[in-house]
Design a protein around this ligand. Structure first.
Ligand SMILES: [Zn+2]
Length: 452
């Protein structure tokens, strides 16, 4: 099942594989045929699949009334619990990006009050205890009371709190960043679309690279983990993936992960998408391998243990003292192993994501600098990159880099099977949990399903 991109009516859809390309094909009685590529090339869609047993997300789920995807809350059709719950703390933003899933701008509506946010944390704690939290928007750092909100999340019992941000304020407001860190912030999910200002001018409306780099340094000084998050747009930054990864490697241990998001066409985007405007996960994996001269090879990326296999890939690499990388996981094992059930996959994903994306513990960093300052103690890396066990463990503790990607679904690519297995949920103002893609989904004319 899918939706019509024009009228958002629920319609039948099929996945059809033709010469290695999987198309989502559907027909609206009123608006005609739609055919969109959702998987292009190797690893093939067939070999990427991974069967799982359904989990029970929440106890008191409503019965579907209008039917999926119109009764999110989550309804009983949903087969996966939340790993990450997103709480939008504002709709306002200090940028007006040509590409924005939230359609934010400086003159957004009033922010939700602290009491309202307290209720939201409480309902998430009830429906999805132990989830990781991401504070998002809009641009959350526009709120001066953001440190209070982080502390509120901590008090509500959440163990990992991440901030989704463009970094503009963090780059220049050390006091604010320190207050966030002191309040218990673990990780900064930093919009980072490329290593050249031309990319930011096209995607974000102005040059931003200096501010991005300053934010990384500021987070490093406070031991906050940073994840570089790139929206990948064909023809704009799909040639910069290798450069982003190289920079990520150089900025370890402050940078803990690089996360790629192929552009989806919801919210605000310049034009309705043509075939050339899409990049699917296997294309992204192959581009990463080519642009890094094989340092991050396709065979090291694994399907998720938590969400639907079509939605993401990930791997982990150790950065060696000479800044070369070595894969940390066996081929096809993934960060979440091979769980038998959605529930197990979710539990593993929650804890491993929190550990990897947080800052490196200070005692581990101390170990590293100690070793660096006493060269006689450190084991030199031989010409064939052999390390002794101590050095290996030290590098693993301090300098691992997670590389991952998530393919969001828009009105053209929406596949209700995938949505029902989603684990990235938005907690809305009505106390509901709504899969991220459905929350942000808009029709070709900009009509939404859930986002106010
Ligand atoms: Zn229609």
């Amino acid at each position: 099942m899918s939706l019509c991109p024009v009228c958002l009516a629920r319609i039948d859809a099929v996945r059809r594989e033709i010469d290695g390309v999987v198309w989502l094909q559907k027909h609206c009685p009123e608006h005609g045929d739609f055919s969109t590529p959702v998987w292009r090339g190797r690893p093939s869609w067939g070999e990427w699949q991974r069967p799982k047993q359904p989990a029970t997300p929440v106890a008191d789920r409503p019965l579907p009334d209008k039917g999926c995807p119109f009764d999110c809350g989550l309804c009983r059709n949903h087969r996966q619990r939340s790993c990450t719950v997103i709480i939008d703390v504002t709709q306002r933003c200090n940028l007006v990006c040509p590409v924005c899933f939230a359609r934010s701008n400086p003159a957004g509506p009033d922010d939700p009050g602290l009491e309202e946010l307290e209720r939201r944390f409480a309902s998430v704690a009830r429906m999805s205890p132990g989830s990781n939290i991401q504070l998002s928007g809009g641009e959350p750092t526009l709120r001066d009371d953001l440190p209070h909100i982080v502390a509120m999340g901590r008090r509500a019992g959440f163990g990992f709190i991440q901030l989704n941000t463009n970094g503009i304020r963090l780059a220049r407001d050390e006091v604010f960043l320190k207050r966030l860190a002191d309040a218990g912030l673990d990780s900064v999910f930093l919009q980072f679309d490329g290593t050249r200002d031309a990319i930011y001018r096209q995607l974000r409306g102005r040059a931003l690279l200096d501010e991005k780099l300053a934010t990384i340094d500021a987070c490093a000084a406070l031991n906050l983990g940073v994840v570089l998050v790139a929206t990948v747009v064909p023809g704009i930054n799909d040639g910069d993936l290798g450069a982003i990864l190289k920079l990520g490697v150089e900025k370890t241990p402050a940078v803990r992960g690089v996360h790629f998001q192929p552009i989806s066409y919801f919210g605000r985007f310049p034009e309705p998408p043509e075939l050339k405007d899409r990049i699917t996960l296997p294309e992204l994996m192959r581009a990463i391998e080519i642009q890094t001269d094989g340092a991050f090879p396709v065979k090291q990326f694994s399907p998720p243990g938590c969400e639907n296999a079509m939605c993401s890939f990930s791997s982990k690499f150790m950065v060696q003292p000479d800044l070369s990388v070595r894969p940390l996981l066996p081929v096809w094992q993934g960060c979440c192993g091979t769980p038998e059930t959605f529930e197990e996959g979710a539990r593993r994903s929650i804890s491993q994501t929190a550990r990897q994306w947080s800052g490196v513990p200070r005692d581990h960093l101390a170990m590293e600098s100690e070793a660096d300052s006493v060269p006689a103690v450190a084991t030199p890396v031989g010409k064939d990159n052999v390390m002794d066990l101590d050095q290996f463990l030290r590098q693993v503790r301090t300098r691992t880099l997670a590389v991952s990607a998530m393919a969001f679904q828009d009105a053209w690519t929406l596949d209700l099977e995938r949505v029902q297995e989603c684990c990235i949920h938005v907690a809305d103002e009505k106390g509901r949990l709504i899969p991220f893609c459905l929350y942000n989904l808009t029709s070709i004319s900009g009509k939404g399903l859930y986002r106010p």
